[in-house]
Design a protein around this ligand. Structure first.
Ligand SMILES: *Cc1c(COP(=O)(O)O)cnc(C)c1O
Length: 445
């Protein structure tokens, strides 16, 4: 059945043989529209048949440069050989038992690995789930159970998922929340640190947030503060230096569980295994998912043993949580990050992107801000001569890129941010070719 094999041996080239979407992709799109709920939208309507290295190949034979990694998932590359081998071996052994019915080694080995790698010089425990949202939900469950307090603090521009609780925790209304309420109670939002727009130091932004928490929530009611070390969907906003340590310090002093949501930033993406390491911030609990298992669904909650162990036996779990296939993939994936030193590769990718746009910015002041870390970089577009968000230009760049066979994602509360999340297996040549397409889009708009 398989007539084209993905993985790194795919020709690493951008190639257009039809317009995008081509006729066969359009056939799939028509079937999709007739069969799939409209709420499940697509960013780029091509029908993918294979992917690997830095490309995705569609059913019409177009080869697209991948600057999105399926939203920061395929850090090790699509169909990475070690992951493929681990998955094949596992599916031949057994596909499922439900870990909470009859356990297996892979789950325990992933937990051991996470406990070792997640920052924090203390005893840890992990629990595995399927999606990022599910990890966030469970982190909150555990923090509430441990502190016996109800409230949760989240930040402006945050993204935590699409389940009811995590929708309520997510900042942006469209498309994530509109009409989907009511949302769970006891979720409070405070200002984040957004250096490009608020002009505050980390300490100033933290004291603004803390003051609001003290006045409007009260430490005595607060179970957890949860924050993305670099805000993802919100616009790849790295907080000003000192912001995260100040929030962490206040949490510790007030018996509030400090949770870092590393679902998007985790696993070498930012040039370190975890984004928290850039400022030496140590969380009580860390949530991970996306980059953890080379494309297979898996997420984790890792934290201080006393907090994690506070929930009673049977209180945590799920039918598919920590699937043996996903665990096998995760072990191979984490091994690949370490063996191939992909954190270093992420830093190289970040340097190329930063240099490219810094050069362009000299002659185009619509490039308002270039930010991020490692292979999690973004450009915020504004109107010439101001900081007014330029969502129209951002949309035009994304559609130009799509027509030119470059998969490019946007984000940001104001819809004016282009984000770069290439697989860490992309070559310099392909990356530069993809960036040039964006430069061409800027020149044409
Ligand atoms: C994507 C994301 C989530 C949700 O993960 P899903 O697997 O889509 O449920 C949660 N938090 C952050 C920071 C994310 O980027």
């Amino acid at each position: 059945m398989v007539d084209i094999i993905g993985g790194p041996s795919l020709p690493q080239e951008r190639k257009l043989v039809t317009s995008i979407p081509g006729p066969k992709s359009q056939e799939l799109l028509a079937r999709k529209n007739a069969a799939v709920a409209s709420g499940v939208g697509v960013a780029l309507p091509v029908s993918i048949v294979a992917a690997g290295g830095g490309v995705m190949v569609d059913v019409d034979g177009n080869s697209l440069i991948d600057l999105g990694s399926g939203i920061a998932v395929t850090g090790v590359g699509n169909s990475s050989p070690a992951v493929v081998e681990a998955v094949i071996n596992q599916v031949q052994q057994f596909t499922h038992t439900c870990f909470t019915v009859t356990p297996y080694e892979g789950y325990v080995a992933v937990a051991e690995k996470l406990n070792e790698l997640v920052p924090g010089d203390f005893e840890k425990r992990s629990a595995l789930f399927n999606s990022g949202a599910e990890a966030v939900e469970n982190a909150i469950k555990i923090a509430r159970h441990f502190t016996k307090k109800p409230a949760v603090v989240v930040f402006d521009h945050s993204y935590h998922g699409r389940t009811n609780l995590t929708m309520g925790m997510t900042a942006k209304n469209m498309p994530y929340k509109d009409g989907f309420g009511p949302f769970a109670p006891e979720v409070y939002r405070v200002p984040a640190s957004y250096p490009y727009r608020d002009g505050l130091t980390g300490a100033e932004a933290a004291s603004q947030a803390i003051s609001q928490i003290e006045k409007q929530v009260g430490a005595g009611n607060l179970a957890a503060i949860i924050i993305e070390p670099i805000q993802g969907e919100g616009g790849f906003i790295a907080p000003a230096e000192g912001f995260l340590p100040a929030i962490q310090k206040w949490s510790t002093e007030n018996n509030v569980v400090f949770i870092l949501d590393e679902v998007q930033t985790g696993f070498a993406r930012t040039g370190d295994l975890f984004a928290a390491n850039h400022e030496g911030v140590v969380a009580d609990i860390v949530t991970t998912a996306k980059g953890i298992a080379g494309g297979l669904p898996l997420s984790a909650v890792t934290g201080r043993a006393d907090i994690m162990d506070s929930a009673h036996s049977g209180g945590l779990g799920g039918t598919y949580a920590g699937s043996p296939i996903s665990c096998a993939a995760a072990l191979a994936t984490i091994d690949t990050y370490e063996k191939e030193n992909l954190a270093e590769r992420a830093r190289e990718i970040g340097a190329i992107i930063t240099e490219f746009f810094t050069e362009l910015q000299k002659t185009d002041d619509r490039i308002g801000d270039i930010r991020g870390r490692g292979a999690m970089m973004a450009v915020e577009f504004v109107e010439s001569g101001s900081k007014k968000a330029n969502a129209a230009l951002t949309g035009a760049i994304a559609s130009h890129a799509a027509n030119e066979a470059v998969i490019l994602l946007t984000c940001g509360t104001y819809g004016n941010v282009v984000r770069f999340l290439p697989p860490l297996s992309i070559s310099d040549e392909l990356l530069r070719e993809g960036l040039q397409v964006i430069a061409d889009a800027l020149a044409a708009n």
